[in-house]
Design a protein around this ligand. Structure first.
Ligand code: UDP
Ligand code: MG
Length: 320
């Protein structure tokens, strides 16, 4: 079969893992080519997300040494999701299918075989799903799984325990291109593309070198981003909450009128001050959530580019 595969790998300060990653990925691509599952033009596309270390130099050197390696250099750091999109959009016109994965190969690359098989069976989207997280720290596992549950609870449909390890056919990539949002959360958008999909299970390993680029602070903002860019449920909950508070205040009013009619004066300083704080807190929280959405609208209306590309290295006819 002659279907071209592009493996898209976003890289941010990954000089420590790239030599090993490139070796393993190359072996994988050669094996697949040998088995006749993918075409001879298949490649590994590294996206340099404005790294501050030698990442781009390593990618260029890999490309010079072997055209199986391609590279995209972004104009600056745009974050994992945008870097991934830049890679996928670069691959779109050059491949029949693209698989995205992290540079640290925490996601077992042997699942690639099964993904490619599913593609040949006619699937447009194949999700890599973690069968277990034994190797992750308890904290990472707990926060990550809680994140998927919260997302689904708040109305953002995502595939449980699926990160950004997936295969997309050219048709699915063309579909993805039409989602123009700036607040990018690929895990939520990909299921909206539709077409035939399948899942492939794998075990998630440890990062073999370097350190995680997703500290807790980034994970929290990623979760917030995911929820607010996919769902308006939080705003709806606020409306419900407002209604509830209003009901409570009516009950309180009735209660105080009855007490007054019975001739008892109300002392209640404590209850008064408590409710002032409670209501004040709720109002601030609600304003914050609404503000978050307004901020999103503001950013979307600007239609800023999601990434800018400094240079693309691809194919034998080098453009450098
Ligand atoms: N990454 C990126 N831009 C960023 C942060 C991360 O391209 O601003 C890449 C990083 O190089 C890696 C992937 O995103 O290939 C996932 O990052 P990491 O492995 O640190 O996340 P974790 O597995 O700890 O969630
Ligand atoms: Mg990782």
């Amino acid at each position: 079969m002659n279907d071209t595969l592009y493996i898209v790998v976003p890289c941010y300060n990954e000089e420590e893992v790239l030599p090993e990653t490139s070796k393993r990925l190359k072996a994988k691509v050669e094996a697949l080519k040998g088995a006749g599952k993918i075409g001879p033009d298949s490649r590994i596309l590294f996206v340099n997300d404005g790294s501050r270390d030698r990442t781009w130099e390593i990618i260029s050197a890999l490309h010079r040494a072997d055209p199986v390696f391609s590279g995209v250099d972004l104009s600056r750091n745009r974050g994992h999701q945008n870097a991934l999109l830049a890679g996928l959009m670069t691959a779109k016109d050059r491949c029949d299918m693209a698989i995205s994965m992290d540079a640290d190969l925490q996601d077992d690359i042997d699942a690639v075989d099964a993904m490619v098989d599913k593609f040949h069976e006619g699937c447009d989207i194949v999700y890599g799903v973690r069968s277990s997280r034994k190797k992750d720290t308890f904290f990472k596992r707990f926060t990550a799984e809680g994140f998927y549950r919260l997302m689904n609870f708040l109305g953002a449909e995502t595939v449980f325990n699926h990160a950004d390890y997936r295969l997309l056919s050219r048709r699915a990539l063309e579909g993805l291109e039409q989602f123009r949002e700036v607040n990018l959360f690929l895990r939520g958008i990909v299921p909206m593309i539709g077409y035939t999909s399948a899942t492939v299970e794998y075990e998630r390993g440890e990062r073999f070198a370097g350190e995680s680029k997703y500290p807790l602070k980034k994970m929290l903002s990623f979760a917030m981003e995911g929820i607010t860019s996919l769902s308006v449920k939080p705003i709806r909950y606020i409306t419900g909450l407002g209604f509830l508070v209003f009901l409570v205040s009516i009950l309180m009013l009735i209660y105080s009128i009855i007490r007054w009619a019975m001739g008892e004066t109300i002392l209640g300083w404590a209850s008064l001050i408590c409710s002032v704080w409670a209501i004040g807190g709720l109002i601030l929280l609600s304003l914050g959530v609404i503000g978050e959405y307004i901020g999103k609208i503001y950013l979307e209306t600007k239609e800023r580019p999601r990434f800018l590309i400094r240079e693309v290295l691809d194919g034998e006819d080098k453009k450098d």
